[in-house]
Design a protein around this ligand. Structure first.
Ligand SMILES: [Zn+2]
Length: 485
């Protein structure tokens, strides 16, 4: 691959920036010969493993166990929950043949797995002692989509799904709050991506859910990206699948349930789009495929050997400390290597030249600001951890500023439109987030060319009264509005 310097302004040309960086940094390839399906290349796959690991750790600490379900679901399972089947029917891909034989009952490739899990929960749950019952699955799911884009929308995409069952509705609601905390820990505290948590309007809840909570970040083109959601399912699926338990008094009860779906693919889109800059990607340290790249700087042949030996000893020390490191000892010049690894988003570069070799130091360069720090080799591991923390803080501050500064009061519908045109998120009075507000939401979407009511921000109370920006009805309800992916 020829390496020209990548230089594109993501704010001015987001779509071009995104597609170029995804391809040039070797994250994904769209040339696979089935439309809508994408090959996740090693550079993204290495990061995916780390993103999965962050969520899996948090979920297991919260009492979830891993499980691996079949990827097919029989048609009769789907039909058990009416709203669910109606909501997903247009997107389901079906397996209808085995060899030359037509299957007697078609099998769905899972678009989500409630109807697989509850089939088994009916067999596994029988007593209050079995509850809460909390499982998660790291897998891909399939949804037929006409417009696809790597990590943003695909026919097959990566996620985690949790499916949890509780004796009481209070515990189920409590889980929806905990899911938000887990998302905060992973997306913001480890990956530096700021986001807002919303309760979606009634007309935008998950098919078969009573309430949907969603996590939205904001991409450089001013469109919101939902990278996960949590659903309070009440007794919809437990009733449909006849899941019940005997309580402490021996009475048969129907349990309550929730599910949580961190969109692993979309987290990658967020890492690329929110953190990236005109030089390419910037990975936060915790999910970087390679955390430190060592670039030996050799001028003459003689000192070259010593420098390389020194670089290797530095790499060994980092490996021992559990840091993902690579030496770029290719015959390219240092400038070429800097550009290449900056495009790939490696968070820290370690430069090792004659001076460093002689003084037993390393010059660390942070991907965010390219600030250089020369540190003693003996203190390197500690200093790398410090620099990783500084880099994370910079990413957090940048992404918080980007998102929070873009929230503005809309006032009226013209004001909302203006905010969306300026890549913002509008906050405005809206008549209702129950079904009766849908008509106003549809008109708003048309008027603003795609502005959608994201819902009520979790943890924020509406203040005062105003008039619905569409119908003018007096309301105390404030809603957030943004264009979206
Ligand atoms: Zn209205």
């Amino acid at each position: 691959m020829k390496q020209r310097e990548f230089n594109l302004d993501k704010f001015a040309h987001f779509s071009e920036w995104y597609n170029t960086v995804i391809y040039a940094a070797e994250l994904a390839d769209v040339r696979y010969n089935v439309k809508g399906f994408v090959v996740n290349r090693p550079w993204s796959s290495m990061a995916f493993k780390k993103i999965y690991a962050l969520f899996e750790k948090e979920l297991e600490e919260d009492g979830h166990l891993p499980v691996i379900f079949p990827s097919v679901i029989p048609e009769e399972n789907f039909e058990k929950e009416k709203e669910h089947v109606e909501g997903f029917a247009p997107e389901v891909l079906w397996v209808t043949k085995a060899g030359k034989e037509e299957l007697k009952r078609p099998l769905a490739l899972r678009p989500t797995s409630e109807t697989a899990f509850y089939q088994m929960y009916q067999l596994w749950i029988s007593s209050f002692k079995d509850l809460p019952y909390k499982l998660y699955q790291s897998c891909s799911v399939y949804r037929n989509e006409s417009e696809t884009n790597p990590f943003l929308r695909g026919v097959e995409f990566l996620w985690i799904e949790t499916h949890n069952v509780y004796a009481t509705s209070e515990e189920a609601w409590e889980q929806t709050r905990k899911d938000g905390e887990i998302m905060r820990k992973v997306a913001f505290e480890s990956m530096g991506i700021e986001f807002l948590q919303f309760q979606r309007p009634k007309w935008d809840t998950f098919a078969g859910a009573e309430a949907t909570f969603a996590y939205d970040c904001l991409l450089p083109d001013g469109k919101a990206l939902q990278f996960g959601s949590t659903h309070y399912l009440g007794q919809h699926f437990t009733k449909a699948f006849e899941v019940s338990f005997l309580d402490a008094e021996g009475k048969r009860q129907v349990p309550y349930s929730t599910c949580f779906g961190p969109g692993i693919w979309r987290m990658m889109a967020a890492v690329a789009a929110v953190h990236g800059d005109s030089k390419g990607l910037i990975f936060p340290f915790d999910v970087a495929p390679i955390q430190v790249v060592i670039v030996p700087i050799m001028k003459g042949k003689e000192d070259g050997k010593d420098i390389l030996a020194y670089a290797n000893s530095v790499a060994e020390a980092l490996k021992e400390a559990g840091i993902k490191v690579r030496i770029d000892d290719s015959d390219k010049n240092p400038g070429f290597k800097y550009n290449y690894w900056e495009l790939k988003g490696v968070p820290l570069r370690a430069e090792v030249g004659a001076r460093e070799e002689k003084e037993k130091t390393v010059t660390l360069v942070r991907r965010t600001t390219r600030e250089k720090t020369t540190v003693k080799a003996a203190e390197l591991v500690q200093k790398i951890k410090e620099q990783a923390a500084v880099l994370l803080k910079e990413l957090q501050e940048r992404s918080s500023k980007w998102l929070l500064d873009r929230i503005r009061e809309g006032g009226d519908k013209e004001g909302v439109l203006r905010i969306l045109e300026e890549k913002g998120i509008a906050k405005a009075f809206f008549c209702s987030l129950e079904m009766e507000g849908k008509k106003c939401a549809d008109e708003l979407k048309e008027y603003t060319k795609g502005g959608k009511v994201r819902g009520k921000r979790v943890g924020e109370e509406s203040q005062g009264n105003g008039c619905c920006i569409m119908c003018g009805k007096t309301s105390s309800q404030q809603a957030y509005i943004a264009r979206q992916y």
